[in-house]
Write a protein that binds this ligand. Structure first.
Ligand SMILES: [Zn+2]
Ligand SMILES: [Zn+2]
Ligand SMILES: [Zn+2]
Length: 255
């Protein structure tokens, strides 16, 4: 977005129209076309029936640009200008680039994100600043859902990929392992780790790395071999009386 603004200020001024000074939104399918093409007015009147269609769809046609097939639509709601094919105007409901951008900025704000810029490589993605300060490339649709639904019950919502990776790394380090990357079998609940003790690499469930309930497939250092503690548990069984359980566990807190 900032890119487009920059281009606009340095862009060639068109002789006749005031449109050249206004920001012009270009649909993503046409973004490969040089900006100068859109600044070139097409000589010819706007057919009255096109204007009628535009009015019915919330726009007014303020000019024709590039060639006989393109018009500039001014949005009645926000006043922004968007280029459209006259064919698209007649057959579909055109999207206002200004309204779309405002919606995306609002969605980001609702999530506590800042939309930095749109991804120039993929029209469905944008670059965001997250509350933790890290930047992330996210799908617009995903941010829109998150803004609409919030963190749905039972779902993780969204966590910063950078912070999350740092947490998984420190969880692993606490067990004597190093986080290498995603699971080679592509299970989102697993990661690839290296055992610091012997250098062996294997996939481990994230939950097991946190609790330590797994073993090294090479050197055998594992959960059952880890140091354990004796524990005493007192409990009551209805109609049978009071019992004391004497046990041996690596993680007595979990008993
Ligand atoms: Zn608009
Ligand atoms: Zn972060
Ligand atoms: Zn090992």
């Amino acid at each position: 977005m900032s890119k487009r603004q920059g281009r606009q200020s340095s862009g060639k001024r068109n002789s006749s129209s005031s449109q050249s000074r206004r920001r012009l939104h270009i649909p993503h399918r046409s973004r490969h076309v040089p900006d100068s093409e859109w600044r070139r007015t097409y000589p010819g009147p706007v057919p009255p029936q096109w204007q009628e269609i535009a009015e019915a769809k919330g726009f007014s046609i303020v000019g024709r640009v590039r060639d006989r097939n393109h018009v500039v639509l001014r949005c009645r709601a926000c006043g922004a200008d968007t280029v459209q094919k006259s064919f698209a105007l007649r057959t579909a409901l055109p999207i206002c680039g200004g309204c779309l951008e405002t919606r995306r900025l609002q969605d980001a704000a609702k999530c506590g994100f800042t939309l930095l810029e749109r991804d120039e490589m993929h029209h469905k993605y944008g670059h965001y600043r997250l509350p933790c300060g890290h930047a992330a490339r996210l799908q617009f649709g995903r941010v829109e859902r998150l803004a609409r639904e919030g963190k749905a019950a039972g779902r993780a919502g969204f966590h910063c990929p950078t912070c999350y990776a740092a947490r998984l790394s420190s969880d692993a380090a606490a067990r004597g392992w190093t986080l290498l990357g995603p699971d080679p079998e592509a299970n989102p609940n697993y990661r690839s780790y290296r055992h610091d003790g012997c250098g062996h690499t294997q996939r481990v469930a994230i939950a097991n790395m946190i609790t330590g309930r797994f073993g090294c497939e090479q050197c055998g250092t594992c959960w059952s071999a880890a140091p354990s503690e004796i524990y005493v548990l007192a409990f009551e069984v209805p109609k049978k009386g009071n019992f004391i359980k004497l046990g041996y566990s690596r993680d007595p807190e979990s008993r």
